[in-house]
Design a protein. Sequence first.
Length: 289
Amino acid sequence: MPKKLLVVGAGIIGVELGSVYNRLGAQVEFIEFLDRICPGFDLEVSKFLLKTFTAQGMKFNLSHKVTAAKGTTITAMGPEGEKHFSADAVLVAVGRRPYSDKLGLDTVGIQKDAKGFIPIDASFRTSQPHIFAIGDLVEGPMLAHKASEEGVAVAELIAGHHPTLDYLAIPNVAYTNPECASVGLTEEEAKGRNIGYKVGKFPFKANSRARCTGEDEGFVKIVADATSKRILGIHIVGPHASELIAEGVLAIRMKATVAELADTCHAHPTLSETIKEAALSVFKAPIHI
């Protein structure tokens, strides 16, 4: 167990492992090239996580580029110039690459792209129509549940069926403390696509179950189309977010509206009530705040 851990990269894997070591008693410090942590999440969620993790004792050096490394000593260039970091151990978490080497792809005539991924068509077929590729070998989020759904889809294709896989309905989870989970579009993505949208939020501090258990950090955020009120994205940071996001996945998959979600009865007292209240908040009509 290192007394001090230096983590290079503050994406989901970096903060997950950093959060674990922090809870085990290590002093954890991050070096991150970008100006934010967990860039795959909604910006508001990322900012909340940064504030929360900092309060837990973790230290973040954003907008820092690693320029040299010798043992457990790291040199990085940041906004204020060159800076040196040292620790008992260094964890490098700057992303993953497809494990496509030594698979014998060249012997069957399958080519890789510049990043090492295997190009496929809409039916997961490679350049050899009888060979399919899924999961971490192809473009897309490197998530176990995404790969599993693709595997099921390929099995159905081989069986002669016509499955559909909605990538917008693939959830993303960070198993930190508190947990964070999202599905669909972030507010920034909706804005980038020139979609008129409305936002509804509800804090766990106003939820009775969260208050009773003492786990009331975080909030639920819903992004909805301003005209149709169709749910575009759901973002949760708080207790059991990894479990709660399933309702959001179903809402995205079924193309539900915030009215349909707001009108759905949720058991009391439960954490899931925060999702109903966030939907009501889109209409500025939450019940418990």
